[in-house]
Structures are given as C-alpha cells and as structure tokens.
Design a protein around this ligand. Structure first.
Ligand code: SF4
Length: 148
C-alpha cells in the first residue's frame, strides 16, 4: 500500500502483527522516553482514526525503538528478529488478518479480548517477555484467573 498524505489512509497507524495485540495492554511503559512518547502518539492515532494498517516488519512503533538496528531489524536481546517475526505471524494467524489489511479498532479489540486468542497468545508468545508483568494482570482478567 502506498498512501501519500493526500490519501484517506495516510494517517492510519501502521502496525505489525504482535503490536496489534501488545498495544492493547499499553499503559505508559517502554524502553525509554522517546519510545514511550511515540507509543502514546501511535495509540492516540489509533483511537482517533479508529483503524490501523497491518504491515509486515518494522512499523510505526519500531521507528522510535532503541532496539531497531540500522538495517531495520529488531535487535532486542530477549527476542530479536526471528522471535519477533514468529510472534508477528502467530498474531496475524490468530486475528485472521494479513499485511495490507485495514483493521478497525472495533473489530480488533473484541478479537484480542476473546478467550481463544488471549489464551493462545498468553501461552505461546508472552513467556520470557520483559513486559509480562505489565500485561499479565490483563490476561488473568480475560482468562478468569487461568493465565498460566
Ligand atoms: S523491540 Fe523490536 S519489535 Fe519491539 S518495537 Fe523495538 S524493534 Fe520493534
């Protein structure tokens, strides 16, 4: 998709697979101040626009991340590019979406909050993530105290 500032979708946040899920738990935490500031801007745009564009690889969150390397790959030490791509693919599969899709927030939210998606995500993507303690209580709520 090649949206210019004059096209209707130009202001939609561009989000990769796992950020479609992880961003719904964002409450102000992050790697550093520029990263958090950008996350607030992205989440506000998501709220304002009511939709996002699904992308593959680096997205509007990654662009302000201290772990983005010069080649556009994720160098976060606990995950890294291969693991990030794995959970991107898992998220796209669970949400039944693909790069290039426009996903409405009122479709995304219930999908992420559904027990099937929440349980699979919790068990297959969250292990070892440094933000697990931030998102954990949300999954416990969603899964009725069985968030593993
Ligand atoms: S840690 Fe990796 S996937 Fe996450 S925002 Fe940074 S570059 Fe993107």
């Amino acid at each position: 998709m090649n949206d210019t500032p004059d096209t209707p979708n130009a202001n939609l946040p561009r989000l990769r697979g796992h950020h479609l899920i992880c961003l719904t738990s964002f409450k102000g935490e992050g790697y550093d101040e520029p990263f958090v500031s950008n996350l607030f801007a992205v989440t506000h745009r998501l709220e304002d626009e009511g939709a996002c564009i699904v992308v593959e690889g680096l997205d509007d969150v990654c662009v302000a991340c201290p772990w983005l390397d010069v080649s556009g790959r994720c160098s976060e030490p606990k995950s890294g590019e291969d693991e990030i791509r794995r959970i991107d693919a898992l998220a796209l599969s669970l949400l039944e979406t693909a790069p290039g899709d426009i996903l409405a927030l009122n479709v995304l939210r219930p999908l992420v909050g559904s027990p099937t998606v929440a349980e699979t995500w919790r068990r297959s993507a969250c292990d070892g993530c440094e933000w697990e303690t931030v998102c954990g209580p949300r999954w416990v709520d969603l899964l009725g105290g069985d968030a593993g």
